[in-house]
Design a protein around this ligand. Structure first.
Ligand code: SF4
Length: 712
């Protein structure tokens, strides 16, 4: 890909990987994307990371599914089929679209008829467009007849959203990442931005060069720690202890912004009383950070002219994920560090469109724009808008749907049929053996994807979809900026745009939809979604998006968009933030004599989530070709192990084999494993315990043992 190359055309779009939302220009020659350039965009100003620049050739992989596939008669849903050695022809036969769509839909209709609407469920995708997400949830709500629709937000920031909706009335960020330019201190907690939001991390590093003090609070000291003023490597699982101790310092040393609290916050006295017992000395014993350091950082945050908090999955993926975020909201509120440039709360959204898919209503308890299905006025409004009867009960979430698939036959809410678009729960769900059995036990599974993912191997009908550069649609990034992705190349073979496929299924369920325009009516779908999400995106019409990116809230055509919110009120009922005290709650599974190590799972720079895209991107897979388990040198020496050696990492739920890597940023007693590798799937080990509020699984903590398999 090096050097100047002649191209046939250049197409402007958005990077398909992470939530930073870098703008790109594809360079197309002979109907192939041969390279990618960074383009001036609000989040990236021409910058790209290695995934955006070198990761796009997954779309030209020979592994693409190019024809609808039907499971052959009598081939069992055997979990061993996903070993990577099975020829798909042993399992599936090719079919026409007509046959495949009929065979996809008829059993869904039959199950609904026989067992009721709740026997069906759908998983949409945070990797698709806003329009696909909107139509998918509309299909489930109006065609399947229940709210059993969810997507991977349940696995990433569901707890953050639960706490933010409860506290500040909006689940999205208050300030964009680039606002760190205006901060004199930022707290990065439970996040490895260099790997997971790489271009966002460059803005943090640039800010640090200009004097912004970075505080990295994370059990793992990752790259951003090199740029940090202070690092707080607290013991995994003790976030609330650390944060309550900081709150204690701020309250007892009178560092609160009392006028902000008086004018804009509720439940203040309760919070102040609650944190009295959480002295830095007492909490230091729990979280491992010296009391003086806790004091120093709390004072610096409270007294900064502008300070921002950014966080990732390390905060959210715990049984106390919602409590962790409640503490962050409390910190920002009692110090008045919100509602101004350089301040605020920023949950770094993972996937390119997890913000947009959530906004569009791809969640079981909410219609588009976070309107609760149980709220009578929202329910009535959508019944009228979609001209159909709707269920007013929240549906099941991702992990609950897996549990309901394994429910006894007598359970009236047993899930028997599913439609999964662009998600890979057979890799991404916790406790994979359980999730894979659940998928295999379904009477009918329709999977729509670009590859034969681990989930697709368990499908009855497999519908070949389009990759992001093969279709047109919008996505919303972590900063709430809505951006246009444009089709650069055609899908391979007989693969079709997802928007077309959803509409074909809807038609076969008797829904009378008409989106007749270009690109399967994408602009008309967007326009309908804009009405459903007014006033939030009311001022962002299709023509405006075609001209450039716009950040919501944007209520009318004159509104330039609002990157920073909460200036003078919060979008809560009374306009004030609601502070919620948090207690210490322990992880669901602690290390013990049999399983003495803590497993932390996560991502790495070169690979994206379950690896279905990046493992098929030549350069990226060459950079990180194999699964690794990272441990610190002290643990390796203690166990008589060496980097490069193959080990078996086992939990009570499963075991994987992979190579050891020495990483001094990984704390003693802990092992870090990325979850992108099917040959050593980290989620075979993880625990399916859920945060009670966000229903997010505890991916960041479970107990494992480590055993040497080979000598170096
Ligand atoms: Fe793509 Fe994210 Fe990298 Fe930007 S930072 S190029 S959006 S993966």
């Amino acid at each position: 890909h090096m050097g100047p190359q002649k191209v046939d055309r250049q197409v402007d779009s958005v990077c398909p990987f992470c939530g930073v939302g870098c703008l790109v220009t594809y360079q197309v020659r002979d109907e192939k994307i041969i390279s990618v350039k960074g383009r001036e965009g609000p989040a990236n100003e021409g910058r790209l990371c290695v995934k955006g620049r070198f990761g796009m050739d997954y779309i030209h992989s020979p592994d693409r599914i190019t024809q609808p596939l039907i499971r052959k008669e009598g081939v069992a849903k055997d979990l061993e089929l996903m070993d990577g050695h099975t020829d798909w022809r042993e399992v599936f036969r090719e079919a026409t679209w007509q046959e495949a769509l009929d065979l996809a839909t008829q059993p869904l209709n039959a199950l609904r008829h026989q067992h009721g609407p709740k026997s069906l469920a759908g998983f949409g995708s945070a990797k698709g467009s806003n329009e696909e997400a909107y139509l998918f949830q509309k299909l489930v709500r109006t065609g399947f007849g229940s709210n059993n629709v969810d997507h991977c937000t349940r696995l990433c920031h569901a707890s953050s959203v639960a706490a933010l909706l409860e506290g500040v009335g909006s689940g999205a960020v208050s300030n964009p990442v680039r606002d760190v330019e205006h901060s004199d201190l930022i707290i990065v907690i439970g996040s490895n931005p260099t790997a997971n939001h790489p271009v966002a991390a460059t803005w943090m590093k640039n800010a640090a060069q200009r004097g912004t003090r970075i505080v990295l609070a994370d059990p793992r000291i990752t790259d951003i720690g090199r740029h940090a003023w202070r690092t707080l490597p607290f013991k995994a699982d003790t976030d609330v202890a650390l944060l309550n101790a900081m709150l204690h310092v701020i309250v007892t040393e009178n560092l609160c912004d009392e006028s902000f609290l008086r004018d804009r916050a509720d439940n203040v006295a309760e919070l102040k009383a609650h944190v009295q017992d959480y002295t830095p000395e007492a909490m230091s014993a729990v979280c491992g950070i010296p009391a003086d350091t806790i004091r120093e950082v709390a004072r610096a945050y409270a007294s900064a002219k502008a300070a921002m908090i950014l966080w990732g999955m390390g905060v959210s993926q715990h049984v106390h994920g919602t409590d962790n975020v409640r503490c962050l909201i409390a910190l920002a509120s009692i110090t008045g560090q919100i509602g101004r440039p350089g301040t605020g709360l920023h949950p770094l959204r993972g996937q390119n469109n997890v913000q947009g898919a959530s906004d569009a209503g791809l969640i079981p308890m909410m219609y588009p724009n976070y309107q609760r299905v149980s709220d009578k006025s929202a329910h009535d409004w959508f019944e009228k808008f979609w001209d159909t009867k709707l269920d007013d009960q929240p549906g099941y979430t991702v992990v609950e749907i897996m549990n309901k698939a394994l429910a006894p036959d007598t359970d009236p809410h047993k899930v028997r049929g599913m439609y999964i678009m662009g998600e890979n729960p057979a890799m991404s769900d916790p406790d994979l053996n359980h999730a894979r059995h659940a998928l295999a036990s379904l009477q009918h599974l329709v999977v729509q994807d670009i590859f034969l993912t681990e989930t697709a191997w368990l499908a009855d009908v497999l519908l070949p979809a389009s990759a992001w550069p093969e279709k047109t649609g919008t996505v919303s990034n972590t900063d709430r900026t809505v951006q246009m992705g444009r089709q650069a190349v055609l899908p391979p073979g007989d693969a079709k745009p997802d928007l077309w496929i959803i509409q074909q299924i809807a038609e076969r369920m008797g829904l009378n939809w008409l989106y007749a325009g270009e690109h399967d009516g994408v602009a008309e779908v967007y326009e309908e979604m804009r009405q459903a999400m007014a006033p939030t995106i009311g001022g962002i019409d299709w023509a405006r998006l075609n001209a450039g990116s716009v950040t919501y809230p944007c209520v009318n055509a004159e509104d330039p968009g609002q990157p920073i919110v909460f200036h003078d009120h919060f979008p809560t009922k009374d306009g004030r933030v609601w502070l919620v005290p948090a207690e210490l709650i322990s992880a669901a599974e602690r290390p013990d004599a049999d399983y003495p190590f803590v497993l932390i799972t996560g991502r790495q720079l070169e690979h994206w989530h379950t690896g279905s895209m990046t493992r098929r991107a030549t350069v990226l897979d060459a950079l990180e070709p194999a699964a690794t388990a990272s441990m610190c040198g002290a643990d390796l020496r203690r166990l008589g192990l060496q980097a490069g050696q193959t080990v078996r990492v086992a939990s009570r739920r499963g075991a994987i084999e992979l190579q050891l890597r020495c990483d001094e940023g990984t704390p003693v007693g802990t092992v870090f494993v990325p979850f992108a590798y099917v040959e050593a799937a980290a989620n075979e080990l993880t625990h399916a315990a859920l945060d009670p509020f966000g229903k997010i699984p505890e991916f960041k903590y479970c107990a494992v043992q480590i055993q040497a398999l080979t000598l170096t």
